[in-house]
Design a protein around this ligand. Sequence first.
Ligand SMILES: Nc1nc2c(c(=O)[nH]1)N[C@H]1C(S)=C(S)[C@@H](COP(=O)(O)OP(=O)(O)OC[C@H]3O[C@@H](n4cnc5c(=O)[nH]c(N)nc54)[C@H](O)[C@@H]3O)O[C@H]1N2
Ligand SMILES: Nc1nc2c(c(=O)[nH]1)N[C@H]1C(S)=C(S)[C@@H](COP(=O)(O)OP(=O)(O)OC[C@H]3O[C@@H](n4cnc5c(=O)[nH]c(N)nc54)[C@H](O)[C@@H]3O)O[C@H]1N2
Ligand SMILES: [Mo]
Length: 763
Amino acid sequence: MQAIASTLRQLSREQALVRGGRALRVMNQVDGFDCPGCAWPEPRQRSFAEFCENGAKAVAAEATAKRCGPAFFAAHTVADLRSRTDYWLEQQGRLTHPLIRRAGANRFEPIGWDEAFARAAAALRGLPDPDQAAFYTSGRTSNEAAFLYQLMGRMLGTNNFPDCSNLCHESSGVGLKRTIGIGKGSVQLDDFEKADAIFVIGQNPGTNHPRMLSALQAARKRGAQIVAINPLREVGLESFIHPQQAFATLLGTASPIASLYLQPRVGSDVAVLKGMMKHVLAAERAAPGTVLDHAFLREHTVGLDALVADLDVTRWDRIEEECGLAEAEIARASDVYLRSGATIVTWAMGLTQHENAVDNVVAIADLLLLRGNLGRPGAGVCPVRGHSNVQGDRTVGIDHTPPAAFLDALEQAFGFAAPRGAGLDVVGAIRAMDEGGVRFFMSMGGNFLSASPDTEMTARGLERVGTRVFVLTKLNRSCLSTAGETMVWPCLGRTERDVQGGGEQMVTVEDSMSCVHSSRGTLAPASPHLRSEPAIVAGLACAVFGQESAVDWDALAADYDRIRDAIERVLPAFWGYNRRVREPGGFILRHSAAHREWSTESGRAQLVPVPLPEIRLRPGELRLFTIRSHDQYNTTIYGLDDRYRGIRGQRRVVLMHPDDLGERGIEPGAEVDVRSVSADGVERLAPRFRALEYDVPRGCCAAYFPEANVLVPIGSTARGSGTPSSKMVPVTVAQATSAWRVEGADERLVSTDGGFSTASADG
Ligand SMILES: Nc1nc2c(c(=O)[nH]1)N[C@H]1C(S)=C(S)[C@@H](COP(=O)(O)OP(=O)(O)OC[C@H]3O[C@@H](n4cnc5c(=O)[nH]c(N)nc54)[C@H](O)[C@@H]3O)O[C@H]1N2
Ligand SMILES: Nc1nc2c(c(=O)[nH]1)N[C@H]1C(S)=C(S)[C@@H](COP(=O)(O)OP(=O)(O)OC[C@H]3O[C@@H](n4cnc5c(=O)[nH]c(N)nc54)[C@H](O)[C@@H]3O)O[C@H]1N2
Ligand SMILES: [Mo]
């Protein structure tokens, strides 16, 4: 009931009860639009309301009646906007006009589309080297828009495609490619109906993938075991009331989800997983031939001997010391695994945002492969994606290190020489900006500044870029640089009708389980001046390449079927794209590992030993991990409550173990300053948080993203994937003494000594 109340509250706050309500009726239905929230797939049998509380909030945010137009920008200088919170900025509503803040000006003013495209094109053509341009993508962008976007960038001559995936599941892709030869999840929704055990590691589905709880609940009810591994006790993983049942009966009782909940120290999952693998080996030795899947290992894998040798020399005392769990506790998880005939492991950011994140993913694959839990019913790997089309964007070419075969096919289809060198990812782009190496930055959605690590450095880097272009639905902090020139190009959202020359258009997206399906908006656009993302890319590309372009951009943007035909020419997996995507529910891209085909160097699945993490902290330091609240979608803050965690009306909080508070002489609720010092000795400060007691392991603490991003050092990234380690930041927490105070209901951070922070979600 609280979820329903919260949904209605959000719809009414956005003055979107009618518009939003109309949208919700068709969300995730076969002919409707795809939820702009998470990438959890839709079941074959759709229910009357196939959405969750947080999907409804995402729709309310987009379908809002609030508008942020020329009058607003005439009334607010950029300096004024910079002093506001992310929360306030997004609350101003949907952008209505293309905008420009000219060099030297302190306000945005409207600009016509043609002039906007011409200015951006001139800036691009003026670059002495195409690698001075960088094109960011956030994962809401459709396959069609993403494909055109990468085509334009590559025709210009660069592979600089940093994208939100670099901050998100990049480590999953790298780890899975190394072991099973394909960087995507291998399971389908019906595997959840067949699994005997499901391990949910480093993921908070109650808030971030609520529809996944239905699958977990059903599995638990039919007797499957569900093991949660998470340093923080997430209420949403403990029990759940299915909202549709609650709605039908108006009461409904919570049913349990996790049958076992382990709370290891942050960053120590490899230790837990290696402990489990040691138990598997021990069980095999006690009853030879009955535990490992010998036939599978023989026929399909390489590396077993090296893995076994490594596990044998890994000592239990080191495992226990690292993760803070006793062997007996890990044994409970191992027993579930050993009794299970078919096992799925799901995970999200709790595993991918660590220096050893790729090792985390490799260790999961190792554990599953030992017992043949891949490519058969009810078993496999399930990295649960974040943004609703982040997986599809990568599939159609948003990739800073594209496979050669993709570039070959692109060249063939469009007759140009594609750039072959590695491009910049997010962290690489920030560094290049800081060194003055990026002169043009374009952002297809997203909030590059607030989502990136090391907020102060990212803000400084953005200032050094000459021309910035942001394609957005709402205003955010990324657009508020003061140097050079900034343009903001407002676009249609998922919920809105998209009419082009060729008539009403649909777009397509790929969910976490490789299902490609259509999405068609139904609402009237928030403003007549909005353009679709594909039309914006085509408009810019026409201005850049002019008449001599080998690609007919206008024709592509007029009818997205033509874009899909082009995708099919480049990517054979999309055969029959336009026909198959019109079948109810779309189609599934073939997953090699699910068919026990291994596109690895050895041609087999690879078992790879990984080392135990060695996290060295300085005296007094805690392991900080950054998390999402129940009232946010990434950098979009809907409200200041976090219902499941019992936190209300505030976000500047750090959740700590009672003994860690006591040891520092900090009373619960007291104001503290949080600091990190990176390897190079640079200190970073997140001032004025409130310290709260919470059920986290000793030595670990949690704070919300994006407020805590100021603390994440740029130099701390995952080996092999470059993802910032925003789940493992060594910090100190002490009574607040810094020259800042927090003001107002939206928690504005104000300097008390005239100092100015460019960043920190604050001004
Ligand atoms: N409503 C809503 N939905 C969303 C989003 C949103 O912001 N709001 N964001 C979307 C996006 S882009 C993404 S990527 C996903 C993110 O989905 P999640 O990954 O669930 O999001 P986080 O809040 O980052 O949660 C990470 C979880 O990992 C745990 N954790 C932290 N460190 C460790 C560790 O070292 N080991 C283990 N085992 N666990 C750890 C935390 O306690 C937390 O429960 O959600 C998507 N869906
Ligand atoms: N410390 C820390 N940092 C993190 C994370 C973390 O867990 N901890 N998580 C990381 C993860 S997993 C991710 S995915 C990134 C997210 O990084 P991003 O994807 O860059 O950020 P979002 O907050 O999702 O972007 C919100 C903006 O997108 C725009 N937008 C919304 N819908 C549309 C649309 O349909 N089209 C266009 N063009 N624009 C639209 C709106 O203007 C809005 O302001 O953040 C990362 N940063
Ligand atoms: Mo994400």
